[in-house]
Design a protein around this ligand. Structure first.
Ligand code: ZN
Ligand code: ZN
Length: 403
C-alpha cells in the first residue's frame, strides 16, 4: 500500500498536467447542456488513460467507471464534478487563461472541479488501490438548469448504481487549506415563484374607479416579510426575497391593470419548504383579495432540492479531510449557505456528502478571494493537489484494499 507521502508525491507530479486542463476549460466556457468542450476533453483524457465511460447522458454528461484491484465488497462510490460555466463577461485581469468567449465565464470554478476529478481519475486508474468500483460523474448544467436532475431522469442511478456519492465545491470565503462540511442541510432549496396581480386599470386621477395592482403588489411585498419572521421556525434559516416588481405602462397618469412580481424562497428541509411555499401562496392571494384584486402565485417546477448531507458521511469526509489538511484545518460545522446546488438532487437518491474547500489567499485582492459568480473570480490552481488527494484518500478509505 502506498503511504501518504508517496500519494502526495505522485499527485504533485500530476498537478501541472491537470492545471493545464483547468486552464483549457477556463478559456473555453460553455453553459447549460452545451459543455461540449469540457465534455470532449474529459472523454479524450479518459480514453487516453484506458478508463471506460459512457457519454451523452443529459447531453454532455459522462459517467466513467474505475475498477479496483479487487471487488470483494461489491461496493460502488460515486464522485461528481460539474462542468458548466456562467453567462458573465469576465474581467480578464491577471488571467492568462481568460475566457475566449465574451459573455461566458467559468465564474464558479467548475473548471477546477472537473480538472480535480480528472486528476483523481488518472491516479485511481493507475493505482487501483481499492476494493470495489468508483463512478466518476461529470455533470452538465449545475447553474440553474438542473443537470443533475436530468441525469437522474435519464437513469443515472439505475444504470450506474452507487452506494455513496460525494461532491466538492471551492469556496472563496474560506482560507486555502481549509476543508469544511456539516451534517444535515448544507445548501438551500432554491424555489422561484411568480406572482401575477390583476387589478382594474384606468385614469390615475380616478383611483376610485380602478383597482391599483401596484398598491396590491406593494402590500404583498410587505406581507411576505412575515413569512420568515412569523411562519418559519426561528432556529431554522429561510429566505424570501422579491427580486422583480414589474408594473406600470410608462405613463405617469395611467393606473395599469396588471403587475408581476418574481421572487425566490430558500429553505433547508422539505418540511419547511412545503410550509413556507404554502404560506407565500396564501398571503399573496389573500392580500390581493382584501384589496379587491386577484393574484396568482405559481412556484416553478424543477427547482433545486436542499442539499442534505448524511451525518455519517459528513463525519467520514471530515476524517478524510483531517488526513489531508490536518486536524485544525477542518470545519465539520460550517454554516449552511442559502445558495443552492443541484447535487442535492443526487443526495435525495443516494446517501453522501458535499464538501467545500477553501481557496482564499492572504492577499485579499486576489481573484481567488472574489465571490463566486463575479467577473474577477478565478479558481485557485494551488488547491488542485489537495482536491485530488482528498478524492483519492476518500476512495481508499471508503473502499479499503483487500490483501
Ligand atoms: Zn455557481
Ligand atoms: Zn458552483
Amino acid at each position: 500500500m502506498l503511504g501518504l507521502m508517496s500519494i502526495r508525491n505522485s499527485i504533485q507530479d500530476l498537478a501541472v498536467e491537470i492545471t493545464g486542463y483547468r486552464h483549457l476549460m477556463h478559456e473555453n466556457p460553455q453553459t447549460a447542456f452545451e459543455e461540449e468542450f469540457a465534455s470532449a476533453l474529459v472523454q479524450e483524457k479518459l480514453s487516453g488513460w484506458g478508463i471506460p465511460f459512457e457519454a451523452g447522458i443529459a447531453k454532455t454528461g459522462i459517467v466513467a467507471t474505475i475498477e479496483g484491484q479487487t471487488n470483494h465488497s461489491g461496493r460502488v462510490v460515486g464522485l461528481r464534478a460539474d462542468m458548466d460555466a456562467l453567462d458573465i463577461l469576465e474581467d480578464p485581469s491577471g488571467k492568462p487563461h481568460a475566457s475566449k468567449t465574451p459573455g461566458k465565464m467559468h465564474g464558479c470554478g467548475h473548471d477546477g472541479h472537473t480538472a480535480m476529478l480528472l486528476g483523481a481519475a488518472k491516479y485511481l486508474s493507475e493505482n487501483r488501490n481499492f476494493d470495489g468500483k468508483v463512478r466518476l460523474i461529470f455533470q452538465p448544467a449545475e447553474e440553474g438548469a438542473g443537470g443533475a436532475m436530468k441525469m437522474i431522469e435519464e437513469g443515472l442511478f439505475e444504470r450506474f448504481p452507487c452506494d455513496q456519492i460525494f461532491a466538492m465545491h471551492n469556496w472563496p470565503r474560506l482560507k486555502k487549506g481549509v476543508i469544511a462540511t456539516r451534517p444535515g442541510p448544507i445548501m438551500a432549496a432554491a424555489d422561484r415563484f411568480d406572482i401575477v396581480i390583476e387589478g382594474k386599470g384606468g385614469h390615475a386621477a380616478s383611483p376610485h374607479d380602478c383597482v391599483d395592482p401596484i398598491v396590491i403588489g406593494a402590500q404583498i411585498v410587505n406581507a411576505l416579510q412575515t413569512v420568515v419572521s412569523r411562519v418559519a421556525d426561528p432556529i431554522e434559516p429561510a429566505v424570501v426575497s422579491i427580486t422583480n416588481f414589474n408594473a406600470g405602462t410608462g405613463a405617469f397618469n395611467v393606473i395599469d391593470e396588471k403587475a408581476v412580481l418574481t421572487g425566490t424562497l430558500r429553505s433547508f428541509t422539505p418540511e419547511a419548504r412545503a410550509k413556507l411555499s404554502e404560506s407565500i401562496i396564501q398571503i399573496t392571494e389573500g392580500t390581493a383579495k382584501t384589496l379587491g384584486g386577484r393574484a396568482e402565485c405559481i412556484f416553478e417546477s424543477g427547482a433545486y432540492d436542499p442539499t442534505i448531507n448524511d451525518p455519517v458521511m459528513a463525519e467520514f469526509c471530515a476524517s478524510v479531510a483531517r488526513e489531508v489538511v490536518g486536524e485544525d484545518k477542518v470545519d465539520i460545522n460550517i454554516k449552511p449557505s442559502a445558495g443552492a446546488e443541484d447535487f442535492g438532487a443526487m443526495l435525495q437518491q443516494v446517501p453522501g456528502c458535499y464538501v467545500i474547500m477553501g481557496q482564499a489567499e492572504d492577499d485579499t485582492t486576489s481573484p481567488h478571494n472574489r465571490g463566486l459568480h463575479t467577473p474577477r473570480y478565478d479558481f485557485n490552481d494551488s488547491i488542485i493537489p489537495q482536491g485530488i488527494e482528498f478524492w483519492v484518500r476518500l476512495i481508499e478509505r471508503a473502499l479499503p484494499a483487500k490483501a
